[in-house]
Design a protein around this ligand. Structure first.
Ligand code: NAD
Length: 337
């Protein structure tokens, strides 16, 4: 049993904890929280031992009626692997804590790539993380792009990727984010930082990205143009993408014409928190002209990295190879629509 500690129990951390708990070969050793807010109460209800992420704040938890199991150092000492899901930049600050207990750590995409020995996407470079002391699961957008690039690269070769990322302004709980009524080129500089992030997974890939931010919280939407190394047909590409276990090719005529309906679909399907772990790629949008491929896909920013974190845990502990880990994760979570 791999004992996993989760430091930072917010949007990503709480989902990763539940996904870990669902694995037959893993258990949640505990979660570290900075404050005894509603999420701390949820952790208690789920039966996860709660640790104080900031030792001086430990008394606040008992005042709020939450019994802590200790402070974060004790969790790090006890866990076989730590998943750091703290806000961007805090993970790097925590790195020395994990190293001091020789506990391998999984960081998130908000950290610089330099935080870890390797950046990670299960479909693309699982083996690079095997036995590593530190791994960074790339961001939601980079995960979504990597899942498409990997099969295209293997099957046809990729000459150039051009991607426009229409990004949600914030997550549903981020009530200070925006824009609330605008359409922002963001970042204005072209190309955006997203392309170099994809290159942390595919170092030789030629990719240019542009970003916008819009008043939505549901999902990101990507418009992709990929120049391949061979002529292709839309039907062939579509079948290739349909065969990927973490890509849901949305069938025609089903009425899933946007992110809102996709989220409704996930809730109707009884998905926890309405999560969509898969890239949601519109089958009708897959179009080709010679070597040029075009498509639209939607990425659920709060959840697509969750199965990747589970696989990263198996990679650092060398407890399964890529195919076996992906299969187990998919099966236990119910990935695949
Ligand atoms: P979040 O703000 O929802 O959650 C972070 C949690 O960490 C909060 O509960 C916060 O109170 C807690 N925290 C703050 N300081 C801490 C500390 N010193 N020790 C322990 N906990 C602390 O953030 P998030 O959206 O879950 O993002 C976490 C990481 O995942 C970031 O690197 C982010 O870039 C990345 N990520 C986020 C998304 C997304 O869309 N939300 C998608 C992919 C990756």
């Amino acid at each position: 049993m791999i004992r996993v500690g989760v430091n930072g129990y917010g949007t990503i951390g709480k989902r990763v904890a539940d996904a870990v708990e669902a694995q037959p070969d893993m258990e949640v050793a505990g979660v570290a929280k900075t404050q005894p807010n509603f999420e701390a109460h949820t952790a208690v209800e789920r039966g996860y031992p709660v640790y104080a992420a900031i030792p001086e704040r430990a008394p606040l938890f008992s005042e709020a009626g939450i019994e802590t199991a200790g402070v974060v150092d004790e969790l790090v000492a006890d866990a076989d692997v730590m998943v750091d899901a703290t806000p961007s930049g805090i993970g790097a600050e925590n790195k020395s804590l994990y190293a001091s207990y020789n506990t391998p750590a999984i960081f998130q995409g908000g950290e610089d790539a330099s935080v870890a020995e390797t950046s990670f996407n299960a479909r693309s470079n699982y083996d690079d993380a095997c036995g590593a002391d530190s791994v960074r699961v790339v961001s939601c957008n980079t995960t979504g792009l990597s899942r498409v690039v990997a099969p295209l690269e293997e099957e046809y070769g990729v000459e150039k990727v051009r991607a426009t990322l229409v990004r949600r302004g914030g997550d549903p709980s981020q009530n200070t984010r925006g824009p609330i009524n605008d359409i922002l080129p963001n970042p204005i500089e072209i190309p955006s930082h997203h392309g170099p992030d994809v290159q942390t997974i595919f170092p030789d890939l030629s990719i240019d990205t542009m970003g916008l931010k819009v008043p939505a919280t549901l999902m990101h939407v990507h418009a992709l143009n990929v120049t391949l190394e061979t002529d292709v047909t839309a039907a062939h590409v579509r079948q290739l993408l349909d065969d990927q276990s973490r890509i849901y090719v949305i069938p025609e005529g089903i009425g899933l014409d946007g992110a809102g309906k996709l989220k409704d679909f996930a809730l109707d399907a009884g998905r926890p928190r309405g999560d969509l772990w898969e890239n949601c790629l519109w089958g009708e949008s897959v179009a080709t002209e010679g070597r040029d491929l075009y498509l639209f896909q939607a990425i659920h920013q709060e959840s697509d990295v969750v199965p990747e974190n589970v696989d990263a845990i198996r990679a650092v502990t060398e407890s399964a190879d890529a195919a076996e880990s992906i299969r187990r994760t998919n099966e236990t979570l119910g990935v695949g629509l």
